[in-house]
Design a protein around this ligand. Structure first.
Ligand SMILES: [Zn+2]
Length: 410
């Protein structure tokens, strides 16, 4: 849902509008215009339709204020808000990472409905103060107040991706101490409620609700919202499964021993002849006196005069061990990814508790161990391609997934 067009910036947050939003504006203008023209013939067509359009824009404003509620509370907690997007089903505030505690997650989640409820109270009050009855401003504001009440109640339905789902997540997180349990529960209720909405909506569309003694819910529209909720709840669930796996997998499980060890005292000539002509291992570490000295920078070899290859040793092209980016065997894959992405590294080196080189991890190794943990099949050819390209396949945004996880594990 990030595909929107940027139309401005509010409190430093880019405001995006998805093309599907214009469809909603047209729909709201049309439905209100038609109803008001019929209900209040004394208004005249021009006034009724203008009021319909103004209604659509005020709805836009209400949704925007709701999203700003979430966004500003997140910003107060020091969380970056990437964007606010308005689209077919309402608005989305894309925040950079999870709040750190269940209490803070609760505050971000409840802020939107609180704004909507506040608007309901405010607008209801203004309607009471306006003189006369059934003037266009009165009818308009009355309806807008009603819509804000619906926004409040609808969003508080306790299933992800709705705010009520975020609230439920925060509560389960608080009670169980596990953020992941919170997401799983809230996603489960989201999927259940969304599925129920699809069934009821479809039955009603086919005129079967009354026959079966089921409530009327709003037909195809509700089925569509149900589908949207199920899709999003499922993706929350999947995302959380990935984050859980990344936290559980230790570097020692993901690493390979795709490296070779050479003598640091070897002449560059000898090193090139012995190791770079045949099938080459991608990584070399150099030892001397029984200790690891560093990683061989094979790419630095051409910078050294050919005539000096006989006299100079591998020491000349060594990245000293303290400068090599390393992790411990017990480091989580989550932290391995964060380190690799923050420093734009092609790989990290894993050290044993004794400080020896235990293995190396590149992006291919990360995808392999993650897919094994999650029982997904990824072919060795695909892994080889990731290793060769040094980047994750399109659509697998592990860096963003690792960044988004709450850092409460620290
Ligand atoms: Zn909300």
């Amino acid at each position: 849902m990030q595909a929107g067009r940027k139309v401005g910036t509010l409190f430093g947050i880019p405001l995006l509008i998805d093309p599907s939003w214009f469809f909603v504006v047209a729909l709201v203008t049309f439905s209100n215009g038609t109803i008001w023209q019929a209900t209040y013939p004394e208004w005249g067509a021009a006034v009724a339709w203008s009021a319909g359009l103004i209604m659509a824009l005020l709805l836009f404003g209400s949704v925007l204020l709701h999203e700003l509620g979430h966004s500003l509370v997140a910003k107060l907690q020091g969380i970056q808000v990437r964007s606010i997007t308005l689209f077919f089903f309402g608005g989305i505030a894309a925040i950079e990472q999870e709040p750190k505690t269940p209490g803070k997650a609760f505050q971000v989640a409840i802020a939107g409905p609180m704004v909507s409820f506040g608007l309901f109270l405010l607008l209801s009050g203004v309607v009471l103060l306006l003189p006369g009855t059934e003037s266009p401003p009165q009818v308009l504001l009355q309806r807008l107040a009603g819509i804000n009440l619906i926004l409040t109640l609808f969003n508080l339905i306790p299933g992800l991706p709705l705010d009520g789902g975020q609230v439920l997540k925060a509560i389960v997180w608080k009670v169980t101490g596990s953020q992941f349990q919170g997401v799983h529960w809230a996603a489960r209720t989201g999927k259940t409620l969304g599925g129920l909405a699809i069934v009821l909506g479809v039955l009603e569309t086919f005129g079967l609700s009354a026959t079966l003694g089921l409530p009327e819910v709003g037909g195809l529209w509700v089925a569509l919202i149900g589908w949207f909720v199920v899709q999003n709840a499922s993706s929350y669930d999947r995302l959380t499964n990935v984050q859980e796996a990344l936290l559980k997998i230790r570097a020692v499980e993901a690493m390979t021993r795709e490296f070779r060890v050479v003598d640091a005292g070897l002449s560059l000539r000898q090193f090139a002849d012995d190791h770079l002509l045949g099938t080459r291992a991608p990584i070399y570490f150099a030892v001397s006196d029984g200790r690891y000295r560093g990683m061989v920078l094979v790419e630095a070899l051409p910078n050294i005069e050919h005539s000096q290859w006989q006299t100079k040793t591998v020491f000349e092209i060594l990245q000293p061990l303290p400068d090599v980016p390393t992790v411990q065997e017990s480091t989580s894959l989550m932290d391995v990814i964060r380190l690799m992405e923050s420093q734009k590294l092609p790989r990290v080196t894993v050290l044993s508790p004794a400080g020896a080189i235990a293995g190396v991890i590149d992006r291919g190794d990360i995808v392999r161990s993650l897919s094994q943990k999650m029982n997904m099949r990824v072919s060795e050819e695909a892994i080889a391609q990731i290793k060769a390209e040094g980047s994750y396949p399109l659509g697998l945004q592990l860096d963003a997934i690792a960044q988004a996880a709450a850092r409460n594990e620290e």
